[in-house]
Write a protein that binds this ligand. Structure first.
Ligand SMILES: Cc1cc2nc3c(=O)[nH]c(=O)nc-3n(C[C@H](O)[C@H](O)[C@H](O)COP(=O)(O)OP(=O)(O)OC[C@H]3O[C@@H](n4cnc5c(N)ncnc54)[C@H](O)[C@@H]3O)c2cc1C
Length: 480
């Protein structure tokens, strides 16, 4: 591997020749912007940031890096929550920012063909004129890119009904380590051989760089009913979630926000907090004419039976958008609680939500950290958000340890260490709770088949990679 700290070398000069100096940045300010993603507790500066315009340019950059032994990592909007786009060993960040074109919307075969730097919400905005939408809707959707969504197999509030990105990706074009451009998948169902789209999805930028995608579009529902329901205990809210699904109702979204999130949101935005609220459920039902109202009636009846004491029903699109603020802007509003937020991501069976939330509050108390919960309750996908001041000695370590204790409990209860935020660097240790040495060796071999040199996003997803000890000791040293 090249010495990343050496004086400007031949490879940097060649990178500038490839793209022109305007599309390669290596000034101190830019390098510090790209040193982390939204998981800001681990950082490492790149040597340079490259802004290609096309698949061909991405391929040329990858060929150069592989030839010169320079690590590289793809980056979309940098909203990842597990350190995936952080350049652990320096090298080149390949930003897809300029590759943001919608190439085609096909309303007959119902797909969108896009470049991978396109923000998620832009796809639905373009498809809407045909009565169609791209269903996966991460709460970061106004900025997070299709490339990032594919790499993390992202979900969102509407995953309960529509599934995650995996259910909506038909075909993907990617540059692999040889610099070759491959297209996985097909626009028609079936096809010979193993499902390569499934292998590439969720690989967190370690198997190659996605440059174009063909995305399934679905019909925009004719009717939508949205209600914010307030409860006096978190247990009443979680019990309602389990029973709604057990009764055979499948809302499009069922999101839980606890008191701490609601308090932050009510201070930041025009969303009043009902006095005495310990938790609120944002429930959305949708379907053809009459269906949404029918489902919502059952939802409200179930919530009332579990002690819900206030129901705010959206009567217009404007009111619906206002109720969604509590969910979509919740993590942002938490910026008011403390300077540093670390959002964890674990999954458990829905029926165990109340139990795990008790663990979450207890762990936070014992660790001396604040915690607020905002999550996809219908999927059992928890997001405890620890808030603290990273300048306080030992606070980062306590937040990391607290998160790992919660994930261990999720695994004990038959769940997973991640629902949608990925492994990145954050969850390398907890991953070992789910996979034994043989599992991890096989995963490492698969990666090796794509990229024997391990220059493409090194130190991510597979624990104990060679050469990564240096990164971990460096950031831990910096954090204390
Ligand atoms: C406020 C907030 C709310 C969020 N809500 C959700 C949510 O509801 N659901 C959810 O799933 N996630 C959520 N996230 C996490 C994050 O937004 C998603 O993981 C998102 O898909 C990341 O997209 P990005 O463009 O920001 O990717 P980045 O952060 O830039 O990168 C993420 C990973 O993808 C890789 N990558 C990026 N582009 C490519 C590419 N073209 N080819 C190959 N690899 C690539 C990177 O190397 C990295 O490993 C949230 C984050 C924030 C900050």
């Amino acid at each position: 591997m090249s010495d990343m700290n050496a004086a400007p070398s031949d490879w940097l000069a060649r990178l500038e020749e490839l793209l022109g100096p305007d599309r390669v940045r290596r000034d101190a300010a830019s390098r510090s912007v790209y040193e982390c993603d939204a998981y800001s507790v681990e950082r490492s500066q790149p040597t340079a940031i490259a802004f290609p315009n096309s698949t061909e340019e991405v391929a040329s950059i990858v060929q150069l890096c592989e030839r010169e032994g320079v690590p590289y990592v793809a980056r979309g909007a940098g909203t990842g929550l597990s350190g995936g786009a952080m350049p652990a060993l320096g090298g080149v960040v390949i930003s897809t920012k300029r590759m943001n074109r919608i190439l085609a919307i096909d309303p007959v075969d119902r797909y969108a063909h896009v470049e991978c730097g396109v923000p998620n919400a832009t796809v639905s905005a373009h498809a809407a004129e045909h009565g169609l939408m791209f269903a996966p809707d991460p709460s970061s959707q106004s900025v997070s890119t299709i490339g990032g969504n594919i790499a993390e197999n992202s979900g969102g509030p509407h995953t309960l009904k529509y599934g995650v990105t995996a259910q909506h990706l038909l075909q993907v074009r990617a540059v692999v380590s040889s610099g070759e451009v491959l297209t996985f998948g097909s626009l028609v169902p079936g096809g010979p051989g193993s499902d390569m789209v499934a292998l590439f999805l969720g690989s967190e930028g370690t198997l190659g760089i996605a440059t174009e995608a063909w995305l399934r579009l679905v019909k925009i529902p004719l009717e939508v009913a949205t209600t914010l329901v307030s409860f006096r205990t978190v247990g009443d809210a979680t019990a309602s979630v389990s029973e709604i699904v057990a009764r055979g109702v499948l809302p499009a979204a069922m999101e839980l926000m606890d008191h701490f999130v609601l308090e932050a949101v009510s201070q930041a935005f025009d969303v009043p907090l009902q006095p005495g609220t310990a938790a609120a459920l944002l429930v959305e039902c949708e379907g053809d004419v009459g269906e949404a109202a029918q489902e919502m009636a059952l939802v409200l009846e179930t919530c009332a039976a579990h002690g819900a004491f206030h129901f705010e029903v959206a009567k217009s699109e404007k009111e619906r958008a206002r109720l969604w603020i509590a969910r979509k802007k919740g993590i942002g509003a938490m910026g008011r609680l403390a300077p540093t937020i670390v959002t964890h991501d674990g999954v458990i069976p829905r029926s165990r939500l109340a139990e795990v939330l008790e663990t979450v509050y207890a762990v936070a108390r014992e660790s001396g950290l604040g915690v607020a919960n905002i999550f996809h309750a219908g999927d059992g996908n928890l997001h405890p958000c620890f808030y603290f001041d990273e300048r306080e000695a030992g606070a980062v370590e306590r937040a990391v340890e607290a998160g790992e204790r919660i994930l261990a409990r999720c695994v004990e209860l038959g769940g997973s260490v991640t629902g949608e935020h990925g492994i990145g660097v954050e969850k390398l240790r907890p991953l070992k709770l789910m996979f034994n040495a043989a599992d991890l060796r096989l995963q490492s071999d698969v990666r090796g088949a794509f990229e024997p040199s391990v220059l493409c996003n090194p130190c991510k997803v597979i624990p104990d990679q060679k050469g990564c000890v240096e990164h971990r000791s460096r950031w831990r040293g910096a954090a204390t």
